[in-house]
Design a protein around this ligand. Structure first.
Ligand SMILES: O=c1ccn([C@H]2C[C@H](O)[C@@H](CO)O2)c(=O)[nH]1
Length: 161
């Protein structure tokens, strides 16, 4: 797999990653993914320590489905909190018969979600950590938004500070 090297973490960052991955796992249980049967959960750590979550919402058109990360960022934005995001956790995996995501390899955000996360990073003024966890087990790969979307098209390209 071609992916930029993930960050090495220690101490507090590891706690943050573990907490966000666990919240993302909980969120993924609410995925509406009857077509792909692939559940994704996303968790946003906010400046005040609270967590905003999202899960993927598919629909019968397939292609117009909403990703977990996008749902989470939209939820924070709708509450007037787009600028308050400080870290992100994501998990995903093929659902078992009970609708629980499975798999021991981390998944990382799709291309569209990377652009959405870049907007959150720009608005928060932080190169947000993105902790990508496995549905099951301890595997976590952590990145920065700028690792996932280098040379991003962003507000500066539209002449905005
Ligand atoms: O970053 C991603 C990648 C995929 N999905 C969802 C979309 C679809 O519902 C399912 C399979 O692609 O996973 C997400 O929620 N986030």
């Amino acid at each position: 797999m071609m992916e930029k090297d993930s960050m090495d973490m220690q101490g507090e960052d590891t706690v943050q990653a573990t907490q966000l991955v666990e919240a993302a796992r909980q969120a993924a249980l609410n995925a509406h993914a009857p077509y792909s049967r692939f559940a994704v959960g996303a968790a946003l750590l906010m400046r005040d320590g609270t967590i905003v979550t999202g899960a993927n919402v598919e629909n019968a058109s397939y292609g117009l489905s909403l990703c977990a990360e996008t749902v989470a960022v939209a939820t924070a934005s709708a509450a007037g909190r787009l600028r308050e995001i400080v870290a992100v956790g994501v998990i995903g995996g093929a659902m078992d018969a009970d609708g629980r995501p499975t798999g021991t390899s981390p998944v990382s955000p799709c291309g569209r979600c990377r652009q959405v996360l870049n907007e959150a990073a720009q608005m928060s003024g932080r190169d947000l950590p993105v902790h990508c966890g496995a549905a099951v087990g301890d595997a976590i790969r952590s990145y920065r938004v700028s690792d996932l979307l280098p040379d991003a098209f962003g507000p500066a390209d539209l002449g905005m500070a």
